[in-house]
Design a protein. Sequence first.
Length: 238
Amino acid sequence: MVQSQCGGYIQGGMVQSQCGGYIQGGMVQSQCGGYIQGVPVQSQCGGYIQGGMVQSQCGGYIQGVMVQSQCGGYLQVVPVQSQCGGYIQVVPVQSQCGGYIQVVPVQSQCGGYIQGITVQSQCGGYIQVVPVQSQCGGYIQGGMVHSQCGGYIQGGMVQSQCGGYIQGVQVQSQCGGYIQGGMVHSQCGGYIQGGMVQSQCGGYMQGVQVQSQCGGYIQGVQVQSQCGGYIQGVQVQS
């Protein structure tokens, strides 16, 4: 369970790094790096990434299993996540901006045409899938729903950044009044209660495996906080 923001060499299990030259290990996260090789890998900026469970935001060529990329020329993997890209063809895919996406299941934030199963989109003309993930939308109802802006969202596996009322199991929200359930993610909120809670700004948090960047009081197991007055738990990183 290592976390590093800037470093030359990191080797081990469950490694997180934001800037580094070479990273090799399991469950690696890196934001800036030349070469990353591990299983599984998370990277935001990198030249070449090869491995299972890869996440990358910026990169020229990515080839692996379970890849996430925000900016990239060509991605080919199973399954893929990309925010910005020219052509993506895999199973399943996540993309925020792209010309043509065709996969099962698909996640996209901005795109012209999306066709698949399990779609995430923030901005898009046409979305046709089961189940649907969307960051901006009027009304979404179903299983595996993701929405950033919406009046009412009801379903399982819900993600929302802005919304009045969210009710479900395994909920992710960045801005909201009240969230109740297991696997809750929130960036801004008054009260959060549940297991596996992530929050960037909040008054009170109570749960197991809590991650918070700014908060007054955090109590739980495996707590991560960047800004906070009091942290109490096991395996604390701040």
